[in-house]
Design a protein around this ligand. Structure first.
Ligand code: GLP
Length: 211
């Protein structure tokens, strides 16, 4: 593990975008797992810009959405699917058949999980993960105390996660469950980045690194 500290959010975004582009350039047919959330938005914008300038080709790789709020669909403001379509997949013009995300509106959560697992295994596992970390230390929706589990599953959301979720929806929504790729499957990726930004995240980053 390597820890890199950036001067500010812009430098963090540049560093993450260039590391991701370098991985894609070296592994043009790999499966990339992308977290939604606020932290990667800057790096995604840079990555799309690099794609437009032909410094990286984002259309050769495959994508897996890391997680989703159960009850929110791809048109709902704040859903991981919508955040990623608006910030990345649409502006980069990624063909739909290269993207697989959880559908938070499907009542059959188990089917959603099996379908994501099949997508990951069809591509020989995840090559690269671009992850964030929640205020309670969650990665995806692997909440504190989630076992070291392979595959995908649904999770009862932690109170911190429910409180923080209002920032994505522009209002409070009664979310209680999430779907996520499991921590063990993420750790099995060839390589990846966990991004964190801002003073508020400092204590949890320290705990995650040291504990
Ligand atoms: C969210 C998502 C994660 C995200 C994390 C950090 O709840 N489930 O995928 O990486 O929390 O989000 P942010 O970057 O907005 O702080």
């Amino acid at each position: 593990m390597r820890i890199a500290i950036a001067e500010d959010y812009d430098e963090l975004s540049e560093m993450a975008a260039h590391a991701t582009a370098e991985y894609i350039n070296n592994n043009p047919e790999t499966l990339i797992c992308l977290a939604a959330g606020d932290t990667p938005l800057g790096m995604l914008e840079i990555l799309v810009d690099m794609h437009r300038h032909k410094e990286v080709d984002l259309s050769t790789v495959y994508y897996a959405g890391l997680d989703e709020w159960v009850g929110l669909g791809p048109e709902d403001i704040g859903s991981c699917a919508k955040v990623m379509s608006d910030a990345f997949y649409n502006p980069a013009g990624i063909p739909k058949d290269r993207i697989h995300v959880f559908d938070g509106l499907d009542k059959d959560i188990d089917k959603q999980c099996r379908s994501m697992e099949a997508w990951i295994s069809h591509h020989g596992g995840i090559g690269f993960t671009l992850l964030g970390i929640g205020m309670n230390g969650h990665i995806g929706f692997n909440e504190p105390g989630t076992p070291d589990t392979k595959g995908c599953f649904s999770v009862k959301l932690d109170n911190t996660t429910k409180t923080v979720s209002a920032k994505y929806f522009g209002k409070s929504r009664p979310v209680s469950t999430g779907m996520t790729i499991g921590w063990r499957t993420l750790l099995d990726a060839q390589t990846g980045i966990i991004m964190a930004s801002g003073e508020l995240k400092a204590p949890i980053v320290k705990a995650a690194v040291e504990e």
